[in-house]
Design a protein around this ligand. Structure first.
Ligand SMILES: [Fe+2]
Length: 400
């Protein structure tokens, strides 16, 4: 499958021109597909998962809809039916295809989707010759980076759903994290400032910065490892209702869950599905793909709790040397995803980006192995519902 010949620069560097940032981000998306066969691009394995082909097209639709159509009066879409197929959830941008049926769409072909990307790139690069700074283009780049992560987490689930359990990329193997001598870092009580007040890019939901009071707390210096989580599993963690929130216990019971989504026990040996295929469970790396329910139950079993969102940010600001704050696992907090005091979403369809999702979800902080380098920051707010398991989610404990 053809991939872009554009140079691959994995980090969004502020000092680079917008055109260079654009080329780098678009090329990085396509580089993630290098190991895929054409058939891999088309499948969706559950409603939360989008086909790779859809990610490639939807990120282009974003630039087409919110930049080219708005900024360039001579722009003509390559195919005006694509807007129906590749709009995700922007009600103000028009009617859209059913999310759960994205995996049933065989046309446009993968090659035609790459042609769509080339077409949008050609017009965007012409526009970028005339534009020095544009907040919507910058938003589009950060949006595409978010889809780079989704592309990886989605294709992992697609491969896992296949009984052959194929490897996505055998080069993607994790090693154990750096460890500090102390298990905990302690933060004294006080009033702290959280939220984004810099002059670079941040999503609207990271603002406004505001003050919070926290009691003294301790935060774990290390993420919970597979070894620690296996102790919970083998102690009957999935058979003890007293450890679980009611909604989580109902799922565990109904689906007879016994371990995280990608774990399998073969005779006495635990294995895990990874990007490199099935492999023996590595006890020393952080546990991954646990839901909020699992993280909360583990914390209760361990005699601790999950951090709140302000606690996580204050700890990350106070102790930036704590391992795995970024680049390993998204870390569940026990804070609901709601607006910061004084928040109001931007006007128009772009205002749908973050604001309308502020119900029934939990905040996760940090970033994961699937997050593109340079994308996250200390104020970054990720959010997912309680039973989300296909993202690279892990556990960092807190305690009084
Ligand atoms: Fe999107």
């Amino acid at each position: 499958m053809s991939v872009s010949a554009l140079p691959i620069v994995k980090d969004l560097k502020r000092e680079e021109s917008l055109a260079r940032q654009y080329k780098a981000v678009r090329a990085h998306t396509e580089s993630l597909c290098e190991t895929l066969e054409t058939e891999d691009y088309v499948v969706s394995s559950m409603p939360d998962v989008s086909p790779t082909k859809w990610h490639l097209a939807h990120t282009s639709w974003f630039f087409e809809t919110f930049v080219l159509t708005e900024r360039d009066s001579s722009y003509v879409p390559l195919n005006d039916r694509y807007a129906f197929l590749f709009n995700s959830y922007y009600v103000q941008a028009g009617e859209r295809h059913c999310r759960a049926q994205r995996g049933l769409v065989t046309r446009p072909t993968v090659e035609e989707v790459y042609e769509y990307r080339r077409y949008v790139d050609q017009h965007m690069l012409a526009l970028l010759e005339k534009v020095g700074h544009d907040p919507v283009i910058t938003l589009g780049l950060h949006h595409e980076q978010q889809h780079q992560e989704l592309l990886l987490t989605d294709i992992k689930h697609v491969m896992w759903t296949n009984p052959l359990r194929p490897a996505f990329d055998a080069r993607r193997v994790e090693s154990a994290s750096r460890r500090l001598d102390d298990e905990w870092s302690e933060v004294p009580e006080g009033i702290h400032r959280i939220g984004f007040d810099g002059d670079g890019f941040a999503f609207d939901n990271e603002r406004p910065p505001h003050r919070v009071f926290v009691d003294r707390f301790r935060i774990a210096n290390h993420l919970v490892t597979n070894r620690q989580y296996l102790n919970f599993v083998e102690d009957g963690g999935y058979r003890k209702p007293e450890l679980w929130l009611a909604a989580g216990w109902a799922i565990v019971k109904d689906e007879q869950r016994r371990a995280p989504i990608y774990w399998e026990k073969n005779e006495s040996r635990w294995e895990e599905f990874t990007f490199a295929g099935m492999s023996e469970l590595d006890p020393d790396i952080p546990v991954r793909h646990v839901s909020y329910f699992e993280a909360d139950a583990y914390a209760r079993w361990a005699g601790h709790r999950l951090p709140t969102e302000p606690e996580w940010e204050i700890a990350a600001r106070t102790f930036p040397e704590i391992p795995d704050l970024y680049g390993s696992r998204w870390q569940w907090t026990q804070s609901a995803y709601v607006a910061y005091p004084g928040y109001s979403p931007p006007s128009g369809a772009i205002g749908e980006y973050n604001g309308k999702w502020m119900s029934d979800q939990w905040v996760l902080r940090g970033s994961s192995v699937a997050t593109p380098p340079g994308h996250a920051r200390v104020t970054y707010r990720n959010f997912f519902p309680s039973d989300t398991r296909w993202q690279f989610t892990g556990i960092r404990l807190a305690s009084q």
